[in-house]
Design a protein around this ligand. Sequence first.
Ligand SMILES: NC(=O)c1ccc[n+]([C@@H]2O[C@H](COP(=O)([O-])OP(=O)(O)OC[C@H]3O[C@@H](n4cnc5c(N)ncnc54)[C@H](O)[C@@H]3O)[C@@H](O)[C@H]2O)c1
Ligand SMILES: [Zn+2]
Length: 367
Amino acid sequence: MQTVRVNLAERSYDVLVANGLLSQAGQHIAALTPQPRRIAIISDATVAGHHGEALASSLKIAGFKSSLHVVPAGEASKSLANAGSLCSEMIRAGHDRHSMVVALGGGVVGDLAGFVAAVFYRGVPFVQIPTTIVSQVDSSVGGKTGVNAPEGKNLIGAFHQPVLVLVDPEILRTLPDREYREGFAEAIKHAAIRDAAMLEDLAALDPASRDIPAALLARNIAIKARIVEADETETLDIRALLNFGHTIGHGIEAAVPYGQLLHGEAISLGMRAALDLSIRHAGLPEGDAETILGLLEKFALPLVLDDDIPTERIMEKLASDKKFVAGSVRFVILTQAGEARVRLDLTPENLREAVERLRMPLSTWDR
Ligand SMILES: NC(=O)c1ccc[n+]([C@@H]2O[C@H](COP(=O)([O-])OP(=O)(O)OC[C@H]3O[C@@H](n4cnc5c(N)ncnc54)[C@H](O)[C@@H]3O)[C@@H](O)[C@H]2O)c1
Ligand SMILES: [Zn+2]
């Protein structure tokens, strides 16, 4: 078993990574909380169908009483209305401030359940059992919880750290292929900003196999954990480094009809643009950029922007992004593979040009 400790004073917790952890969830949760505690499992319909039973029976064996609360799969479930309904359902199921929330699902469930845990009876402990790569290497660690507003994504939320995160690589076997591949965008991002040596480990993976080494997941989680420890609430520029590829990526994600591009796919395009800007404005060696692009290609992530997506629309979405402060953007660039910096001097015009260059085939990308 791999253990990554997230050190945040009295909010510290462990992330455990091992095959088969789902069916041992009960005993690991029992080890850190006095019994009897009631547990509200929050999941989505797809994940609950695959893995709900295994979790519920593991909790039962460990002596917990649990109730299952299911939302439809998909981003639309991350709403304030659903958070309210879940709180009401939990009250009716007999939960109170001594209860605990367990999130079983991808980032949508983790963010929603974490937010419910943050506000239910003014806050109850919660455990994350992430079931996608995105949630295993990224969203389940760090304590950002929340829901979407009609006006934009993740605009309503709270920092609420989990008390335990259980990462079971075997859970990924049921993940659809496209969602599996998109998750590698965040792993490649971690390597790009903090761990150039991990680029080689990612290159050695067979994208068709579902056997991700627990050590590779743990290494990704440790990168996220160290950054969160240094800047828990994103008040310094350190946590902002995790936004590599996300400024233009979010603009593209918001500019296309919902569902056309998965988050990791949009971020792949955003990383190509950020690499291009890094070469032009920060001296990133072209070879480093090519290594990173090669990995994105290996996981069949998109790197060329469709002509149907107008640059103007992307720029409009970009301007309304949280990262655009008073007309200047905090843009994350690489000086070399594994070394990221926040830059404040890139202009909207620089970004527009980079978006335009995303339409060129990869072979001419740096011309
Ligand atoms: N809090 C953070 O720091 C943070 C960081 C990154 C992303 N996020 C959020 O995470 C969300 C995206 O998360 P996601 O990419 O995990 O998507 P998701 O939670 O929507 O899951 C993707 C799809 O895969 C299905 N699924 C999940 N696990 C499965 C499994 N093991 N087997 C079969 N199907 C499975 C889900 O039902 C869903 O349809 C976004 O809302 C984003 O804002 C949050
Ligand atoms: Zn992301």
